[in-house]
Design a protein around this ligand. Structure first.
Ligand code: ADP
Ligand code: MG
Length: 458
């Protein structure tokens, strides 16, 4: 081989975007070997592996294809011996005090933030499976990304939960950013729009900044517009923003869970604006499409699952794509935790087990010890470290998650939980629970991790 694994890995890191380069999990990875077929990377835990696969697999694979060849696969291997570097003094520097203001995000979540356009680089057209239920939406979204502000302005996409609205919205933005980097693309949820608007009223100095930010975008992608129902002040502001953008032929794309007509608590003038362009529905995926999506997700994450397992998941999960993907992730994680191959039998066992959670039952079985063990195992750390006073960044977040889970799954008081984690002060637990709630709020990846961990007790 011409290059060493280290050289290839640094080359890959250099070629990734800024978000990736600052990602703490990527920096935990250690290159092991490189051949024409595979780059082997060691990671300290299942969590790190899931994280890297979730966020960067496709990008790494792309760079790898140019450096080595398209057939070269990325293989992430868990090496538990890597995970006990808790005495690293540099790491202690950057971690967060347990009693800091809960509104201050810790360094881990900062590193997970998206770039300043608000776009998630994984939601692209090439990772979006197209079939009958979303064909029209996809075609108009593509057209809009190629000729923004021309044929379909505004574009209004509506449909049920987890059917791909947000994915498409990001795909439009990512495509435009890639093909016309000088265009200013802005993705926000309507909730963020409202929060920033409120902030601009409270803090008058920022009002001009707020207006400039939204009214000078070449493309405004605004997610879950139904949230603006009954928020009259924000509706007024959005109406003005909309008109300004539209007048200048700047593209607006919105998503909603309902048609404009059915947004009953939205001003009529807004509803009629929303209907003035293209309104497209995104529908439920049928069986074949569910299989195709599962295949796509396996490719995105580098999973290698037997066809019968994929067919089984597609049969069992009919409702929405988010759940389909969640089930896939959960099965892969279960197989990792159990150190077993993901076979049809295992899939059957796990999915039948899952059923609707019974609060009474899980309160009986979840103890602080059991929770600590599951969390420590998942993050590849020792229970002793998890309940120690060490505050390195590898320990802080898993510990907070374990504390949060004790609160969710047991009837322990804050004081009891504090005791179980060798803490004197119960406010540490309150703070931890708030941190975790902030972390999962609006972040599907984090939500999935927590659900997966909570599911161990349901
Ligand atoms: P919504 O915004 O409609 O609630 P999302 O766009 O968040 O749904 O989609 C939920 C999950 O399903 C995301 O992880 C997304 O990548 C995935 N997904 C949805 N539709 C597709 C599709 N057609 N192809 C591939 N993945 C999809
Ligand atoms: Mg969405």
């Amino acid at each position: 081989m011409r290059h060493s694994p280290d050289e290839i890995w640094s080359e890959i890191l250099e070629n990734l975007n800024d978000t990736a380069q600052q990602d703490v999990y990527l920096h935990q990875a250690v290159p092991l070997s490189i051949t024409a077929d595979a780059l082997n990377i060691a990671v300290p835990s299942a969590y790190t592996r899931a994280r890297i696969e979730e966020r960067f697999h496709a990008d790494i694979q792309r760079v790898l294809a140019t450096l080595i060849g398209a057939q070269c696969a990325l293989i992430l291997t868990i090496d538990n011996s890597m995970s006990n570097s808790s005495e690293d003094p540099d790491a202690i520097e950057t971690e967060v005090e347990d009693n800091t203001d809960p509104s201050l995000a810790n360094d881990i979540s900062i590193s997970l933030q998206q770039n300043q356009t608000g776009l998630n680089p994984n939601y692209r057209f090439d990772t979006f499976v197209v079939d009958t239920p979303n064909r029209i939406c996809h075609a108009t979204a593509l057209a809009v990304s190629e000729n923004p502000g021309r044929d379909y302005n505004p574009l209004f996409i509506y449909g049920g939960v987890g059917l791909g609205k947000t994915h498409l919205l990001h795909a439009i933005g990512n495509r435009l950013s890639a093909t016309q980097p000088d265009k200013k693309v802005l993705y926000v949820t309507s909730e963020t729009f409202m929060n920033e608007y409120v902030e601009s009223i409270v803090n008058r100095g920022s009002a001009q900044g707020f207006r400039t930010k939204y009214r000078t975008a070449d493309m405004l992608l605004i997610d879950d517009i139904q949230f603006l129902e009954r928020k009259e002040g924000t509706q007024e502001e959005f109406f003005n923003t909309f008109n300004e953008l539209h007048m200048n032929s700047n593209q607006i794309v919105m998503t909603s869970d309902r048609t404009p007509n059915n947004l009953e608590n939205l001003e009529v003038r807004l509803r009629s604006r929303f209907q003035s362009g293209m309104v497209a529905e995104i529908g439920m995926p049928q069986y074949e499409m569910r299989i195709a999506i599962l295949r796509q997700k396996c490719q995105d994450h580098g999973y290698n699952l037997p066809d019968d397992v994929l067919s089984y998941i597609a049969e069992v999960v009919e409702t929405n794509i988010r759940e389909l993907e969640g089930t896939l992730t959960r099965l892969v994680a279960q197989a990792t935790i159990l150190k077993e191959e993901l076979s049809l039998d295992l899939a059957r066992e796990v999915l039948n087990d899952v059923g609707p959670p019974s609060p009474i039952q899980h309160r009986r079985t979840a103890t602080s010890k059991a929770i600590q063990t599951v969390v420590a195992d998942y993050f590849g750390i020792d229970v002793a470290d998890l309940v120690s006073l060490k505050r390195t960044k590898e320990l802080v977040q898993p510990r907070q998650i374990a504390m949060y889970m004790c609160r969710e799954l047991t009837q322990m008081s804050y004081a009891n939980i504090a005791q179980a984690f060798n803490r004197e002060n119960h406010t540490t637990i309150i703070h931890a629970c708030k941190q975790v709630e902030n972390m999962i709020h609006g972040n599907e990846d984090e939500q999935q991790t927590i659900t997966l961990l909570l599911d161990q007790f349901r």
